[in-house]
Design a protein around this ligand. Sequence first.
Ligand code: F6P
Length: 361
Amino acid sequence: MKRMTRVGLITSGGDCQGLNAAIRGVGKALLQYVDNVEIFGMRDGYRGLIECDYDFMEPRAFSGILTEGGTILGTSRQPYIPGKAIVDEDGNNVMPAMLDTYNRLNLDCLVVMGGNGTQKSAKLLMDAGMNVITLPKTIDNDIYGTDITFGFQSAVDIASNVIDYIHSTASSHSRTFLVELMGRDAGWLTLHAGISSGADIILLPEIPYDIDKVVAGIEHRRRSGRNFTIIAVAEGAVPKNAANLSEEERRRQKESDSHVPVSYRLAEQLEKITGQEARVTIPGHYQRGGPPCPYDRVLATQFGTAAARLIRQKQYGRMVGMRDGEIISIPLADAASRTKFLPVDHPLIQTARDVGIFFGD
Ligand code: F6P
């Protein structure tokens, strides 16, 4: 009898919309195109691989999950030392345990669905000798080598909806509103949501803001007869005076701010300077919840089925992605090599400026 092909599935890091659609895409295509395939769902991200905790996935496991939010496999954040090791909470190297599970289950390949950190740690699995294929998922859209990640568009929809709803209350009360959006140190989500919902000012990590310029933006609106201002603030937005700090100095400054979200600090400053009320709305993890939007269902299905094709061709060590509308795959080593920040000369930033949006610069 022909040898079995044994594939492990892992969802790792923060969840997002479209994970189940991707799992379904991998599973359905594998079952259809690869003979004698067995699929193992590792539970709760890398923890399942470390502790050999998994579910054997029957074909029916891949049905009825296309539109479900979250991940049926569970997920977790696993600490790692960039370029060096995946570790546990006490700093112990967990690679031997992961290798042990991989060998014990006699796996041919792991399909790892994750964000930036997960791409980097998946590269470590590959370096340790495992066959790995990764899929790019994150609401942050900050993975190098792909134009878009699944989860991003769903989060843009939610974030835009939040700003849409804030408009009426901001207008009724003649207030300034700061809506703080996720995205870590990348501004993709805030830029897209800000443009799509007509924010007046957008503050991004990649364009450090000058508080006086933000005030000037609010004053400009007031002078032109608008009684409210909506500021879309990326959670990683930084003031100009902090932009030149080293990563370590920024980390220390964040700690000394006792993790107060940037928009609360900014709102306080703006109220003091303008004398106008400023309010803050932070949708937080709401941006990552609920069903994937149709775009993400399609994208995650494309990515998942592309991973199955790579397995069929025994092409490992690659991340699936999208470039110029085409599904592609690139070496995992490239995908894990850097973060895809928003280029400051990105055409969308000009588009925003063209419709009068301020960036506080
Ligand atoms: O990377 C996805 C993300 O949602 C970021 O936008 C956010 O900064 C972070 O995860 C939140 O992490 P956690 O879910 O661990 O609080």
